[in-house]
Design a protein around this ligand. Structure first.
Ligand SMILES: C[S@@+](CC[C@H](N)C(=O)[O-])C[C@H]1O[C@@H](n2cnc3c(N)ncnc32)[C@H](O)[C@@H]1O
Length: 264
């Protein structure tokens, strides 16, 4: 993998874009992931995938990324999130001077003081006990693949939700218009009828900065005819519903729309 992040394969991405309680997920209808099989394409270090698997009730989450170092970091993230999670059924809560325990199904990362991060650093993460395959952390796995061009074994059984957050620009700049066509066709092929495709597209204006990274990207960009505005039309041709705009969130350059399409 090139040292230049030409696929948007940024290391330390979530230090720049804090993602515990990701505001993009908060835009989605509450039952979006409940009991669903989810594919997160371009999962990076797995923060969003882990949040969906732990706190949004998904039965199965598969994160896929082209960069193997990021995928290894995603597996580590799974252990970190697991270690910080309190025992099911109760969590510590500060209540003025006193401390009391409140009953909840899961104590998500960021709220727990069950196993402090310093312990995980010095002693390693907590072991993962056997439990049901649809319960975190058993309900999440990661794969290294260029998902536009390579299937992964989990694709064979399909998904109910495919997530594509901040990845379309990188697919477009690396593989041209044809790669976007292939990507959307692959999403259509792996989604069950009624399944949802959730996209956070990057605006055309942001391509300019990305092109400066690498000559190959600049050369590919010269031949691009499609624009992010064409995505609804392309997806309609593949049997998706009209675009539902869920809103825009994120600070500064990360302020982007989150769009939802349903496979009819
Ligand atoms: C800018 S990051 C976005 C990370 C994450 N989706 C989010 O928004 O929080 C884009 C990610 O997509 C990955 N990526 C780019 N092209 C890919 C491809 N063809 N297949 C799989 N992953 C890809 C990159 O390695 C990178 O981790």
């Amino acid at each position: 993998m090139s040292s230049v992040p030409i696929h948007g394969n940024y290391h330390g991405y979530y230090a720049k874009r804090p993602c515990v309680n990701d505001p993009r997920l908060a835009l989605l209808p509450p039952s979006t992931f409940s009991g669903k099989r989810v594919l997160d394409v371009g999962c990076n270090e797995g923060w969003v995938s882990c949040e969906i698997a732990q706190s949004h009730g998904a039965s199965k989450v598969v994160g896929v990324d082209i960069d193997d170092a990021l995928v290894r970091a995603a597996w580590r993230r799974r252990r970190t999130v697991w270690s910080a999670q309190g025992p099911p059924g109760e969590t510590a809560e500060t209540d003025g001077q006193s401390r009391k325990r409140k009953r909840v199904d899961v104590d998500p990362v960021g709220e727990a003081d069950y196993f402090p991060a310093s312990c995980a650093h010095s002693l390693g993460p907590l072991p993962i006990p056997q439990s049901s395959p649809d319960v975190f952390p058993h309900n999440i796995s990661f794969r290294t693949a260029d998902w536009v061009n390579e299937a992964i074994p989990e694709d064979a059984t399909g998904y109910d939700v495919v997530l594509a957050f901040s990845i379309t620009k990188w697919i477009h700049l690396n593989g041209g218009d044809a790669a976007l066509d292939t990507f959307f066709s692959r999403v259509a092929a792996v989604l069950a009828p009624g399944g949802q495709f959730i996209v956070e597209p990057q605006a055309w204006e942001t391509y300019r900065k990305a092109k400066r990274m690498d000559k190959k990207l600049r050369d590919t960009a010269q031949g691009l005819k499609l624009r992010p505005e064409d995505f609804p039309r392309m997806l309609a041709k593949l049997g998706f519903s009209e675009l539902v705009e869920l809103g825009s969130v994120g600070d500064g350059g990360f302020h982007r729309p989150v769009d939802l399409y349903t496979k009819l």
